[in-house]
Design a protein around this ligand. Structure first.
Ligand code: B12
Length: 210
């Protein structure tokens, strides 16, 4: 029987076809979709550490990213099946300027969506001004900033500053990679979320839907 550990191995061994096959088998066997995403995160951590010590390189990072996207596509319809009908709030989400990591942001985005939020996803490498403009257009009261690079911390801080300067009266959450409470403090954001579930919990709390 396929286990989440098999999925972790398939991703870290770069066996792309096995990764999607195992994800489907796990779903068929009753494994919860979030447990499958957790296995993916574990695999990405392993690959990230290999990259850090020079045992994996950019092509492996790219392939791992593609595998995660394929697995996410397999899992997504099962998460959507649990979605509530009424929108509970609006969120503007994006990866900050200079950073193109989007896998985690996409997971945050669809977890918010399946929990009833209307999400405007601005994509990657998003300038502060774009967040300000979009918040103005949508009237969203929640902004989510994602970033994986150390170099993303300044753009995060600049974005929070630009939002405040524009008179935005909502809340900003930050997350991704090495982002933690000290980075939240540095950026001036209202909260830090460790994963997609934390993002959902914060958004619910801020919109009174908790
Ligand atoms: C895949 C990957 C890539 C892929 C990205 C593919 C894609 N489409 O996203 C590619 C190959 C493009 C890439 C490129 C680079 N990468 Co890279 N990458 C990774 C890797 C292996 C995994 C990241 C990932 O997607 N993890 C999976 C997610 C799902 O896991 P997660 O973090 O648990 O996700 C949760 C949280 O992050 C949280 N979250 C995320 N966003 C938000 C937002 C909010 C508001 C909230 C509340 C929560 C939240 O919720 C998520 C879901 O639960 C990491 C290593 C690692 N372990 O993080 C390196 C890593 C981030 N990369 C790194 C580097 C150096 C680079 C490059 C600079 C390499 C280079 N020399 O070119 C470039 C940067 C290009 C750029 N300008 O951005 C370094 C960063 C080091 C640093 N401190 O700056 C890392 C840490 C690798 C390492 N150990 O050295 N990378």
């Amino acid at each position: 029987m396929t286990t989440p550990a098999d999925l972790v191995s398939a991703i870290t061994d770069m066996r792309e076809d096995d990764a999607t096959t195992y994800a489907q088998e796990l779903l068929d066997g009753g494994t919860r979709p979030v447990a499958i995403l957790e296995a993916c995160r574990e695999a990405m951590d392993i690959i990230g550490k290999r990259f850090e010590v020079g045992e994996a390189f950019i092509p492996e990072l790219i392939l791992a990213g593609e595998m995660l996207k394929s697995v996410t596509e397999v899992v997504k319809p099962h998460l959507e099946a649990e979605a509530p009908q009424e929108p509970v709030g609006k969120v503007v989400l994006g990866t900050v300027e200079g950073d193109i990591h989007d896998i985690a942001k996409d997971i945050v985005g669809f977890m918010l969506e399946i929990n009833g939020f209307e999400v405007t996803d601005l994509g990657v490498d998003v300038p502060a001004a774009k967040f300000v403009e979009t918040v103005g257009q949508t009237g969203a009261k929640i902004v989510g900033l994602s970033g994986f690079l150390t170099l993303a911390y300044d753009p995060m801080r600049d974005t929070v500053e630009a939002l405040k300067a524009s008179g935005f009266d909502g809340k900003v959450m930050v997350g991704g990679g090495q982002v933690d409470e000290s980075i939240r403090d540095y950026t001036g954001a209202d909260a830090y979320g460790k994963d997609a579930m934390a993002a959902v919990a914060l958004a619910k709390e801020w919109s009174g839907a908790a």
